[in-house]
Design a protein around this ligand. Structure first.
Ligand code: B1M
Length: 212
């Protein structure tokens, strides 16, 4: 669809205002929020990632594309929420220690809120102790850890260990995600659930809360 291609290109060029305008046009034209997210914004961000990897673009360009992605996603937030099923529960989410990537984490947060869950956003570069504190002090039933770097994936294992050491492992479910994370890794570190994207993460959180 041409409008989705235009959104992807504007995002690759870091044109935040243009992305916002095109996303609004797509919404007005009746394109679903999920399709705009997947085939417009995320498809553009994938291409940015490939160019970044190939050294065709550098950190500043990636950051302006990231900002454009956020501006577009803001418009989709209420629509994605409206498509959701209502549930109740409290989730602590954060990008693990050493890792500053937050676009995926913010999308997962958006989808969790869309399901009616209360989300405590711990931000980026979050030490394991902060996840533990969110469970103990704020009563979170689920922890969602995001990691985008192969060098920071291990910090998710530290969160699992910290929960064990704090004696709260049985009272919290630990969900994991991010580009380098896999189901096998999830099992290896003793976490409860791996999901590949924001939509399935929110669905899984609702399922885990229903089982609790
Ligand atoms: Co970074 N970066 N980056 N970066 N960056 C990657 C991850 C990289 C793959 C790029 C590349 O080389 N192709 C590479 C990692 C290589 C590796 O580890 N093997 C990389 C690198 C190397 C780096 C730096 C080290 C670069 C440098 O400084 N030399 C540096 C590290 C900084 C740090 O964190 N300490 C760095 C910095 C940055 C920026 C700051 C410039 C910027 C981040 C801006 C921001 O987040 N505010 C950035 C970006 C944007 C990227 C890419 C291009 C895009 C990431 C992204 O936002 N994708 C990325 C390349 C890529 O992934 N294609 C790259 C879109 C996002 C929606 O997807 O986060 O995967 P994602 O989230 C998905 C799923 O994974 C899942 O749901 C989301 C949506 O469906 N999900 C979860 C995510 N978290 C979840 C949690 C859950 C469940 C599902 O919990 C239950």
């Amino acid at each position: 669809m041409e409008i989705l291609e235009n959104i992807s290109v504007a995002l690759q060029n870091g044109k935040a205002k243009e992305v916002k305008k095109l996303v609004q046009e797509a919404i007005d034209a009746g394109v679903s929020a999920q399709q705009i997210l997947n085939e417009g914004l995320l498809s553009g961000m994938n291409i940015v990632g490939i160019r970044f990897k190939n050294n065709e673009i550098f950190v500043p360009e990636v950051l302006v594309s990231a900002r454009a992605m956020s501006r577009g996603a803001e418009l989709l937030k209420p629509l994605l929420a409206a498509e959701g099923v209502s549930a109740s529960g409290k989730v602590a989410i954060g990008t693990v220690q050493g890792d500053l990537h937050d676009i995926g984490k913010n999308l997962v947060k958006m989808m969790l809120e869309g399901k009616g869950l209360e989300v405590i956003d711990l931000g980026t570069d979050v030490p394991a102790a902060s996840f533990v504190a969110a469970v103990k002090e704020q009563g979170c039933q689920i922890i969602c850890c995001s990691a985008l770097l192969t060098t920071t994936m291990g910090a998710i294992g530290d969160v699992v260990k910290a929960c064990e050491e704090a004696g709260i492992r049985d009272s919290v479910k630990i969900m994991v995600g991010g580009a380098p994370v896999t189901d096998a890794f999830c099992q290896q570190i003793g976490a409860d659930a791996y999901t590949a994207d924001a939509t399935s993460a929110a669905e899984k959180a609702v399922e885990l809360l229903a089982m609790a």
